[in-house]
Write a protein that binds this ligand. Structure first.
Ligand code: TMP
Ligand code: ASP
Length: 236
């Protein structure tokens, strides 16, 4: 399968059309941004690491009956995917308080949440991806109530699978962001699952092993990403 025209260039990936209209190729870049593009940089080999981690996690989810856009890993940086009509909702699942949950609601960082919190954000960079509820999403026409209910249930099921998987690899899955899309009448998980889109803390030391190292200039960004990759792939 070959790339034809570039469909889209995002902050961390490019998406290309292929000869097959049902399939696209996601190319993972090393570019890193934070705080909606206010901070920019590069994380060496990030594209390779995030593609490898995402392919592994999508394959795991598929094996648990959760449909994703992954068709196959084509090369170090390229993932062959089903062509989705992306739903403009970012679904965030939180197991432990961190990031904007701490800022917005005053939870002490590290508070273990009794039940996961699922949040919806409007996927719109110009508006800084605002937090929204179902009424907003329906009024904006980005998804129907039925679709939102599928998204939330799917996000909780994904959390259950991933939490266990990462615990076995001595990582706490603090929180993560998912994107979904429509494909031939089905809703599939899209985008990526990687240290760019998740928070991981070491189970024993609570060391941050994700993009927070880049966001807050903590150093050791590349090492953290490759350590996550190692733990994700090692028990194969
Ligand atoms: P937050 O605490 O900043 O709201 O982030 C929650 C999770 O979502 C965290 O794991 C990082 C991820 N995330 C993205 O993948 N993209 C984004 O644009 C933002 C704001 C968060
Ligand atoms: N992905 C967002 C950005 O590029 C926000 C973040 O991850 O912090 O700015």
């Amino acid at each position: 399968m070959n790339k034809t025209t570039q469909l889209y260039e995002g902050k961390a990936k490019k998406v290309f059309l292929t000869e097959n209209p049902d399939l696209v190729i996601q190319e993972f870049k090393d570019d890193a941004t934070a705080f909606n593009n206010k901070k920019k940089g590069t994380i060496a080999e990030k594209g390779i690491v995030n593609n490898a981690i995402s392919c592994k996690l999508f394959t795991l989810l598929e094996s648990q009956g959760i449909r994703t856009h992954l068709v196959e890993k084509l090369s170090e940086r390229d993932m062959l995917c089903r062509h989705l009509d992306i739903i403009k909702v970012e679904v965030v699942v939180r197991n432990i308080a961190a990031g904007s949950l701490v800022k917005r609601y005053g939870f002490p960082e590290g508070t273990v949440l009794e039940k996961p919190i699922v949040e919806l954000y409007l996927k719109d960079d110009d508006l800084d991806d605002p937090l929204m509820n179902e009424s907003h999403a329906v009024a904006l026409g980005v998804a129907s109530l039925d679709e939102l209910s599928v998204l939330k249930n799917r996000a909780e099921a994904i959390n259950a699978v991933l939490k266990k998987f990462f615990a076995e690899r001595k990582l706490k899955l603090v929180d993560f962001k998912l994107e979904f899309g429509r494909h031939k009448g089905e809703i599939l998980l899209g985008d990526e699952i990687s240290p760019d889109t998740c928070r991981f803390w070491d189970l024993e030391t609570n060391e941050k092993m994700d993009k927070d190292r880049f966001r807050f200039d903590l150093g050791g960004v590349e090492d953290a990403y490759s350590e996550v990759q190692k733990r994700v792939l090692e028990l194969d």
